[in-house]
Design a protein around this ligand. Structure first.
Ligand code: SF4
Ligand code: SF4
Length: 154
């Protein structure tokens, strides 16, 4: 677990993120770890851990979260959303963290340029993961529209 620097704690951080994506999205997390267990990115990037990032948000570790490269690794596959008992969609949290990090200068263009090939790989991983999930029968409102259109038989 990352060190918590008390002086840098922002107790409103969780509210800020929750407000952007819906209050119920973060606070009900009870750290069961199902999201981390099913995440395909976690299998190749050991440090990437959605549960830990959510925990850091709840603790108010704003600066550490927004300056972390790890917030850019979510491939938006929504596998974690399928299994989260609390219906938390980490992909939305990651997208919001990225938006704030960009807006507030926590990330520079050089980083995004360097990250671009990794991002291509992650998007491919995302596509393959979605396909596998759909094949396993996991489809519904969580599945992105093009997958529903091309895979649902009803
Ligand atoms: S699966 Fe949901 S409740 Fe469990 S740790 Fe992940 S976000 Fe929290
Ligand atoms: S949406 Fe992001 S955090 Fe969730 S399983 Fe996919 S890559 Fe992992």
């Amino acid at each position: 677990m990352d060190t918590v620097a008390l002086k840098k704690i922002d107790p409103d951080f969780k509210n800020e993120i929750a407000e952007k994506i819906g209050l119920q999205e973060i606070k009900p997390c009870y750290a069961c770890g199902s999201c981390t267990g099913v995440c395909p990115v976690r299998e190749i990037v050991e440090d990437f851990d959605p549960r830990r990032l959510i925990h850091m948000i709840i603790l108010g570790m704003r600066e550490q979260v927004l300056s972390s490269d790890l917030i850019w690794f979510c491939c938006q596959c929504n596998s974690c959303y399928f299994v989260c008992p609390q219906g938390i969609r980490f992909s939305r949290i990651a997208a919001e963290l990225q938006r704030i990090a960009m807006t507030e200068g926590f990330v520079d263009n050089d980083f995004l340029k360097r990250f671009s090939p990794v991002n291509d790989h992650l998007l491919d991983l995302c596509r393959r993961t979605m396909f596998e999930k759909v094949k396993q029968g996991l489809r519904g409102p969580q599945t992105i529209p093009c997958w529903r259109k091309n895979t649902c038989k009803e």
